[in-house]
Write a protein that binds this ligand. Structure first.
Ligand SMILES: [Zn+2]
Length: 122
């Protein structure tokens, strides 16, 4: 019984699509995936937010999706997120706070990742 059977069980397995460096980033990328209609599961978020004085654990918040197809789509979302992240911005690139919901979005995003309000102009 090999464990690396690559057939239907593989196609429906939960796979890690992204490992975030912070809880904020995990929520951000999860939001992007949900906008792309990918069902995403956030793991280790509780551990992370409760971390407080605990030592920095080896568990980073990570995003999991079920199935190869969803995983491939999720990776595309991550790729474009990372491209935008590292792309030299020609405009103001400081993080900004949404005036509608209070979430923080990266400076190169033109709308709030959470509620999709336009970025405030000032
Ligand atoms: Zn918002």
């Amino acid at each position: 019984m090999a464990e690396d059977d690559t057939d239907d069980s593989e196609a429906l397995a939960l796979r890690e699509a992204y490992r975030a460096s912070s809880l904020h980033e995990a929520h951000f990328v999860a939001g992007l995936m949900r906008q792309a209609e990918i069902a995403v599961e956030l793991r280790n978020a509780d551990v992370f937010s409760a971390a407080g004085p605990l030592p920095a654990l080896a568990v980073a918040p990570s995003l999991w999706v079920r199935g190869t197809q969803a995983w491939k789509r999720a990776r595309k979302v991550v790729d474009s997120y990372e491209r935008r992240l590292h792309e030299p911005s020609t405009t103001e690139s400081a993080d900004w706070t949404c005036q509608a919901c209070g979430e923080i979005s990266p400076g190169n995003f033109e709308e709030c990742w959470q509620c999709r309000c336009d970025r405030p102009s000032a």
